[in-house]
Write a protein that binds this ligand. Structure first.
Ligand code: HEC
Length: 149
């Protein structure tokens, strides 16, 4: 699993490029971060269970997610691995490969990306409001961008 290739991106059209700009401007990229650099080779993680090999160390990856816990109002009271305070937090879903999925959010309860965006509240309220107020063209561009990932 660790060595699986990231899914290839779709065509980068003008709409996709504009959509990425709006995605960043709306604040989506605060959590759905474009680039993460993996830990250096030799780093020991998971309480000593795994040493990052050269092939995976110090690489720039583009998951469009920060893998961190956030409360965007979709939590279901299940405590995550950070104590009681995490009971309504969920990890940011990476958006890469999203075109291959048919159900969204941790509970699979959204069958469209638009619905998944509409469910963003809590810490993501401002970004959702910006998206909702962004106009039909920007919204369509953001969707084109997301489906290119
Ligand atoms: C405060 C952090 C945060 C911000 C800002 C944010 N998101 Fe998210 N996003 C999340 C989290 C956390 C999840 C997973 C929620 C869950 O599974 O219940 C998620 C899930 C998603 C998903 C579903 C992915 C999947 O495969 O299930 C989409 C699509 C998405 N976000 C798009 C957006 C867009 C577009 C914006 C900007 C309007 C945005 N997000 C802003 C944290 C954020």
């Amino acid at each position: 699993m660790r060595a699986l290739k990231a899914p290839p991106r779709g065509p980068i059209t003008a709409s996709v490029t504009a959509g990425q700009a709006s995605f960043t401007q709306f604040g989506c990229a605060v959590c759905h971060v474009a680039t993460i650099t993996t830990a250096p080779a030799g780093t020991v993680i998971n309480a000593g269970q795994f040493t990052v090999p050269t092939a995976l160390g110090d690489k720039n990856i583009h998951p469009f997610g920060d893998f961190l816990l956030h409360d965007i109002g979709t939590g279901d009271g299940i405590v995550q691995n950070g104590g009681q305070g995490t009971r309504n937090q969920v990890r940011t879903a990476p958006l890469w490969g999203i075109g291959a999925r048919t159900r969204f959010m941790h509970d699979g309860a959204s069958v469209t990306v638009s619905d998944a965006i509409a469910r963003h509240g809590g810490q993501a309220s401002t970004a959702r409001t910006n998206f909702n107020n962004g106009g039909a063209t920007a919204q369509a561009n953001v969707l084109a961008f997301i489906f290119s990932l």
